[in-house]
Design a protein. Structure first.
Length: 73
C-alpha cells in the first residue's frame, strides 16, 4: 500500500476494532458490515456483534513496518 493510500484509508481516521476472529476494521466499516451481514468480512466467521478495541494494532503495525524496512535495506 502506498503512503498516500494509507493516509486516505478509513482505518487512519477512525477507531479501530478487532473481531473475535482477530481481524481488524475501522469502526464504521465493521458496524456497517454487521448491519448487513453479521459475519467477518475477512473470513466469514460469525461475529456475534462482538467488536473489541484494537489496542495492539499500533504495535503490530510498527513491527510490520520495521520488518519491511529491514528487508528493503
Amino acid at each position: 500500500m502506498s503512503q498516500q493510500a494509507a493516509e486516505a484509508s478509513p482505518m487512519r481516521r477512525t477507531r479501530k476494532l478487532r473481531t473475535r476472529c482477530r481481524h481488524y476494521f475501522c469502526q464504521s466499516c465493521a458496524l456497517n458490515r454487521y448491519r448487513k451481514d453479521p459475519t467477518c468480512a475477512a473470513c466469514g466467521t460469525g461475529t456475534n456483534g462482538v467488536f473489541n478495541k484494537a489496542t495492539k494494532l499500533p504495535k503490530l503495525l510498527a513491527l510490520r513496518r520495521s520488518a519491511q524496512d529491514e528487508t528493503s535495506d
